[in-house]
Design a protein around this ligand. Structure first.
Ligand SMILES: Nc1nc2c(ncn2[C@@H]2O[C@H](COP(=O)(O)OP(=O)(O)O)[C@@H](O)[C@H]2O)c(=O)[nH]1
Ligand SMILES: [Mg+2]
Length: 217
């Protein structure tokens, strides 16, 4: 497999207050390592990872494995970068909305991030996963699981309590978001099934442009 050999390019975006652990989360997901150092992300940055997705084949019933190139965009939460990051909202296909389980204020701010998202994303109900970070810091916990689950239920989105220190639930959160994004693509008129039916999987460019056009909202 060459560097450019994939069926789909999927862009996901992390967002949430500064310090909640967005950069550390993405680093844990792509490199399976924990970074103790606090380095402020300036503006926007991204990490990449190749994964496989089990979708529906050309006959609409059999399963087929697709190669997915994941681009995980990392935003800076600070107000001064907001205009920069909102421009990126429009381009992303799914969102990891993060707050810090040891910081109630970061949880209260989830509502603001949600409004930002709804105003700037590709559609009114984009695919989102709510992520509570730093679950390993039990003694410092400031947000109860029930509080967060209730909020996620109200928005109708999945919720995960993760730890980039131990790696708990990190993969599951991203995989769930990827599944939502891929399923939305399959539901629209030209999902992976019809792409495969055309004889071959989409080329990189086709995958990128066609996915951005394919919104089943
Ligand atoms: N104990 C613990 N610390 C974490 C976790 N995730 C992030 N941190 C720490 O929280 C600080 C802020 O993380 P960072 O990823 O830079 O936050 P960002 O501003 O949202 O990108 C860093 O010192 C990280 O080491 C976690 O799951 N557990
Ligand atoms: Mg950061």
């Amino acid at each position: 497999m060459t560097d450019w050999d994939y069926d789909f390019l999927i862009k996901l975006l992390s967002l949430g207050d500064s310090g909640v652990g967005k950069t550390t989360f993405l680093y844990r997901y792509t490199d399976n390592k924990f970074n103790h150092k606090f380095t402020t992300t300036v503006g926007i940055d991204f990490r990449e990872k190749r994964v496989t997705y089990l979708g529906t084949g050309s006959d609409g019933t059999t399963e087929k494995t697709f190669k997915v190139h994941l681009q995980l965009w990392d935003t800076a939460g600070q107000e001064r970068f907001r205009s920069l990051t909102t421009a990126f909202f429009r381009d992303a296909m799914g969102f990891l909305l993060m707050f810090d389980l040891t910081n109630q204020q970061s949880f209260l701010n989830v509502r603001n991030w949600m409004s930002q998202l709804q105003a700037n994303a590709y559609c009114d109900s984009p695919d989102i996963v709510l992520v509570g970070t730093k679950a390993d810091l039990n003694d410092l916990r400031d947000v109860q699981g029930k509080q967060a689950r209730d909020l996620a239920d109200r928005y109708g989105i999945p919720y995960f309590e993760t730890s980039s220190a131990t790696g708990a639930e990190v993969d599951q959160a991203v995989t769930t978001l990827l599944d939502l994004v891929m399923r939305r693509m399959e539901q629209s008129t030209e999902g992976p099934a019809s792409e495969a039916a055309n004889g071959s999987a989409a080329t990189n460019d086709q995958a990128e442009t066609s996915t951005s056009r394919r919104c089943a909202c």
